[in-house]
Design a protein around this ligand. Structure first.
Ligand SMILES: Cc1ncc(C[n+]2csc(CCOP(=O)(O)OP(=O)(O)O)c2C)c(N)n1
Ligand SMILES: [Mg+2]
Length: 572
């Protein structure tokens, strides 16, 4: 059967089970858009900026575990995708990005809207393709989806010249891929697993660090079993949040630069680190030379390139986390670490990191805790980047698997709104709260129009401190309080919301917080709350740049007076 390239693209997407494409049209992709109405199973979501398409596809992928798809035209459309592609790739989000390219005879001529997008994205994709004949399209799509969704997940870009969309070729979708150079190891080596078990059996002060790999491989139950069987406390990375229930007695919460004091102290004093599906990012380890100075390290990861990259590893195990942890569970000895757990409990009491001070001020921590209480933790939280991101990581008690979506590796301001849109479209039954910074929100604010057009009932909490808050915090602490280029003036987010057709309200006092959240939840459709939070509130604890996890700055004393609201992590 002969089909046009555009039809082959659509057929291939259907074969891959794609239901949603986040895209924005332009000249060279018009043949594709002209074909799209013949494929009603493919829902097209028209974003307002291509960066929004990439973040929405990324948010969709993280929320559903399925490959997210975004599409843009050549030139500026393609370059607008770049930040979103890098963001998805750095956080191992499975995504296929499709770009149009100028017609084959024009390639290399600096033609109108020609850009070498495969050259540009080579270092920020897992793989990329330029498709130079329609006959190759089906194979390329099969491979692209396979590569994006296997091994360490990642982003694949497919660049398609305009005349390849219109060229005809026989359509045959391959049943399997043939990629001799691409191999993924799924099962851990038995000898390495035995070595790991030996270390675990003799450890006195073990700590598990759980990363996003646990969520991706669906190893939530397996990890819980391991922690419980061997009585090992669990700290998580930022992206590992919600891979282990935070109300569990063995939960230490997040580690790292803004991690819980108790988690960081535990790692500093541990004699064994079991790192599961995490990559020792410098925001998690702080100074690598001082990281876990007394510990042997077991590192489980599907990507062999991660082993020994940042931290010396004693027992590497390459494999899918779920398989490896299952094997560990079979072999590890059931035991307790009474003294260690008691010690952690003492540190937790002496160094509380989630207490919220009382008083009248509208504190961001209080807002996050209230969202947690009103939703009963039954929501997907999507954040931007900055202080609000850290408060959302610290003060919401994540009890549900895969309930935090945040930009970790690239730290992309503006991720929040489009990613929340993608998550809501992927999981329409879930409550999705977008926790936004007043700075980052303005970077992708136009996606409010997409939210309205798609009737996506995203609930938006703007943490309005009038500053690029995280940068202001660094200026306060490390640059003599010189606030250069960090104060923000406006806009009036209620007027913005009104212009887009989104219901909204402003909250200035603690008393208004819970009723406003309740109102947003009951509202049938998107809802925005502009929380006018304490402008110069800081994120604590904090490990200063260059220091080790042991060098934690805790909140100044006045900041730890209890507010009467329950702590995030239930104590041991
Ligand atoms: C695209 C981008 N530009 C710059 C930065 C550097 N940066 C990190 S946090 C931050 C401030 C964010 O401000 P806001 O969104 O208001 O969040 P807040 O920290 O105030 O909660 C900036 C500028 C970034 N992470 N991303
Ligand atoms: Mg701000």
């Amino acid at each position: 059967m002969n089909l046009t390239g555009a039809q082959i693209v659509c057929e291939s997407l259907v074969k891959e089970g794609v239901e949603v494409i986040f895209g924005f049209p332009g000249g060279v992709v018009l043949p594709f858009y002209d074909t799209l109405p013949h494929y009603p199973q493919l829902r097209h979501v028209l974003v307002r900026h291509e960066q929004g398409a990439a973040h929405a596809a990324d948010g969709y992928a993280r929320a559903t575990g399925r490959v997210g798809v975004c599409l843009a035209t050549s030139g500026p459309g393609a370059t607008n995708l770049v930040t979103g592609i890098a963001n998805a790739q750095l956080d191992s989000s499975p995504m296929v990005a499709i770009t149009g390219q100028v017609a084959r005879p024009f390639i290399g001529k600096d033609a109108f809207q020609e850009i070498d997008i495969t050259g540009i994205t080579l270092p920020i994709t897992k793989h990329n393709y330029v498709v130079l004949s329609a006959a190759e399209l089906a194979r390329v799509f099969k491979e692209a989806f396979y590569i994006a969704s296997t091994g360490r997940l990642g982003t694949v870009l497919i660049d398609i010249p305009r005349d390849v969309f219109t060229e005809e070729a026989e359509f045959h979708y391959p049943a399997k891929v043939t990629l001799p150079g691409y191999k993924t190891v799924l099962r851990g080596h038995p000898a390495q697993i035995r070595k790991a078990v030996q270390l675990m059996d003799k450890a006195h002060r073990p700590v598990i660090i759980s990363g996003r790999g646990v969520t991706i491989s669906g190893a939530y139950d397996e990890l819980k079993e391991l922690a419980e069987k061997a009585q090992i406390p669990v700290a998580t990375t930022l992206l590992g949040i919600s891979s282990f229930p935070e109300n569990h007695m063995l939960s230490l919460g997040m580690l790292g630069m803004h991690g819980m004091a108790c988690a960081n102290m535990a790692i500093d004093k541990a004699d064994l680190i079991i790192a599961v599906g995490m990559r020792f990012d410098d925001r998690a380890t702080a100074s690598v030379s001082g990281f876990a100075p007394n510990a042997s390290v077991i590192h489980i990861d599907i990507d062999p390139a991660e082993i020994g990259k940042n931290v010396r590893v004693d027992v590497p195990i390459v494999g899918d986390v779920k398989n490896v942890v299952r094997e560990l569970n079979k072999q590890v000895t059931s035991r307790t670490h009474v003294d260690w757990i008691r010690q952690l409990d003492i540190w937790r009491q002496e160094h509380p990191s989630t207490d919220i001070r009382g008083g009248e001020e509208l504190l961001p921590q209080y807002v996050i805790r209230s969202i947690c209480e009103v939703t009963n933790s039954n929501a997907i939280i999507v954040t931007g980047v900055g202080q609000h991101q850290m408060w959302a990581a610290q003060h919401f008690c994540y009890k549900k698997p895969n309930s935090l979506i945040s930009s970790g590796g690239l730290g992309t301001m503006g991720f929040e709104l489009p990613a929340a849109l993608g998550a809501k479209i992927g999981c329409p039954e879930e409550t999705v709260w977008c926790i936004a910074g007043d700075g980052g929100f303005q970077m992708t604010i136009q996606e409010l129009a997409t939210v309205v057009q798609e009737r996506a009932a995203v609930k938006i909490a703007i943490m309005n401190n009038g500053y690029l808050g995280m940068v202001r915090q660094w200026q306060e602490l490390f640059y003599g309080r010189r606030y250069v280029a960090t104060p923000l003036s406006g806009p009036d987010f209620l007027k913005i919301a009104e212009a887009y057709g989104v219901s909204a309200m402003r909250v200035k006092t603690r008393g208004e917080v819970a009723p406003a959240i309740q109102k947003a939840m009951e509202h049938d459709g998107p809802f925005l709350i502009d929380f006018m939070i304490e402008p110069e509130e800081n994120v604590y604890p904090m490990v200063p740049p260059g220091a080790t996890l042991a060098d934690i700055i805790e909140a100044p004393r006045k900041e730890t007076v209890a507010s009467g609201i329950s702590p995030t992590v239930s104590n041991l």
